[in-house]
Design a protein around this ligand. Structure first.
Ligand code: F6P
Length: 327
């Protein structure tokens, strides 16, 4: 262990996702194995500002590897985005003799992590968000489990859609990212995917629906990302109008927060364990201001400043593939 980092803090921030607990467990057990003390900070940056934290040991993370949610709780904390809030947090960290922290969360949380790093405080970020919109990693913790949840829903909806000859609009999460919609659309065999990154007109959508029935399909499944504009409700109204002509009706299923919960998949447990362990190791070896991720099959580190500086792009080839598969 380096001379500097003797006591580590860990927090989860922003929207929760399955795999956070596996990551906390990895941070805790790696820190302990390297002779560092570890403190769990509750409710993200909000708990940090209020000094809400406790020492953790190996037993405090027993039997949590599979569990969704986060044993540390999480929050979105606007106060941390003020200078006053950040200085309060820094004071708390100093008072509690914490030498460095691991921040697990999505883009907003990683921006917070970068702010702490800018104040000279050692911090390593770990990408945890079902949206998969964090740069510096191919995949974030929670994405795989969320995708499996969505696909299970699509499969079930297809059964009822085919029985009634219906068109279904299935809305996934993803405020500004279409990753979940696109990936689940491919895996679920959807007729169409609508995502914020790709402009699609009502006419194109209506044509796709019409053609599905003309081709003899017994249903039309459209996976819509939450952030797609003008939105699922307006689309349902438009499609209903042509439904009369082709004798089908439209139903909307908004999957919502069910996508954020549940036991973590094997993939997420392993990913979270690798990233959590690497984050603790990195902090102890003196790294700061970086995000740990997985690029290809390698565990990598990317400066937080770079990771948060641009929007992650959707894979256009994957989008084209979804269109071909829907024929
Ligand atoms: O960022 C993750 C996410 O699940 C988004 O996909 C979604 O738009 C948002 O969080 C919902 O946030 P909340 O749980 O605060 O309503």
């Amino acid at each position: 262990m380096s001379g500097r980092i003797k006591r580590i803090g860990v927090l989860t921030s922003g929207g929760d996702n399955p795999g956070l607990n596996a990551c906390i467990r990895a941070v805790v057990r790696t820190s302990i194995s390297r002779g560092a003390e570890i403190f769990g900070i509750r409710r993200g940056f909000d708990g940090l500002i209020k000094g809400d934290m406790d020492a953790m040991d190996s037993r405090s993370v027993s039997n949590i590897i599979r569990r969704g949610g986060t044993i540390l709780s999480t929050a979105r904390c606007p106060e941390f985005f003020t200078e006053e809030g950040r200085l309060k947090a820094l004071k708390v960290l100093r008072e509690n003799e914490i030498d460095g922290i691991v921040v697990i969360g999505g883009n907003g949380s990683l921006m917070g992590a970068f702010e702490l790093h800018k104040l000279g405080f050692p911090v390593i970020g770990v990408p945890g968000t079902i949206d998969n919109d964090v740069n510096g990693t191919d995949i974030s913790i929670g994405v795989d489990t969320a995708l499996n949840t969505i696909i299970e829903a699509i499969d079930k909806i297809k059964d009822t859609a085919s029985s009634h000859n219906r068109t279904f609009l299935i809305e996934t999460m993803g405020r500004s990212s279409g990753y979940l919609a696109l990936s689940s659309g491919i895996a679920g065999g959807a007729e169409m995917v609508l995502i914020p990154e790709v402009e699609t007109s009502f006419d194109e959508i209506v044509d796709t629906v019409r053609n599905s029935y003309k081709k003899g399909k017994s249903h039309c499944i459209i996976v819509v990302a939450e952030g797609w504009k003008p939105g699922t409700k307006e689309l349902a109204e438009k499609i209903n109008e042509i439904g009369k002509e082709y004798e089908f009706s439209v139903r909307v299923t908004q999957l919502g927060h069910v996508q954020r919960g549940g036991d973590a998949s094997a993939f997420d447990r392993i990913l979270a364990t690798k990233l959590g362990a690497a984050a603790a190791e990195a902090l102890i070896s003196g790294k700061s201001g970086e995000i740990v991720g997985i690029l290809g099959s390698d565990i990598t580190f990317t400066p937080l400043e770079e990771a948060i500086s641009y929007e992650k792009q959707i894979d256009k080839k994957l989008y084209a593939l979804a269109e071909i598969m829907a024929k």
